[in-house]
Design a protein around this ligand. Sequence first.
Ligand code: GAR
Length: 219
Amino acid sequence: MADLLTLGVLISGSGSNLQSIIDQIERGALNARIASVISNNSEAYGLTRAQKHGIPHTVLNHQDFENREDFDREMLRVLTDAGVELVVLAGFMRILSPFFLRAFPDRIINIHPALLPAFPGTHVQQKALDYGVRFSGCTVHFVDEGVDTGPIIIQAVVPVFAGDTAQTLADRILKEEHKIYPQAIRYFADGRIVKNGRRVEIRDAGSQDAALCNPPLDR
Ligand code: GAR
């Protein structure tokens, strides 16, 4: 068996994506281990999840630091001490400094609850509803210096329904997040990701050519 990929997971809130990664590791479906969970929010439920599973976890409150770089330097220290190879942003609501990004080149990934490049930033489920799109979804991407602009690894699409609220849409998207994030990490762990500028190739990923229409075409 190949060596386990060592993950550091950064969170700010509920940590349901963290949980989906923990579950797949514990099920033996993901050849990785989580060496460190860091939250910038001491109230984040994700910390309780880490604790329940015996995962080392640290609270670093960004407000306790003079500036972004000092905060990032401390995160970097914790992650480096833990031997982290891949940094996984799972609902982490902070922008990372160039200094931090340079420490993990092509080794920081994020999950975003929209089909990038549509709707970067925050409150994106509401923005998708307000725009009137028929589909939204989620995206796992490499993190670069922009906000939600890095090369895309995997996306999942969900329909938007007439009666949706931001919450019902968020719930539908979140279910897919829990599938594609562990999958993206598995690509990494198995060495299947080939990055060519913006374009990311996944070795042996298969393909599916079914088109989706929402509403569906009349029969
Ligand atoms: C998820 O929907 C994730 O995509 C989003 O926050 C939620 C975190 O949920 N992330 C962002 O919006 C990042 N800009 P979780 O704490 O239950 O994993």
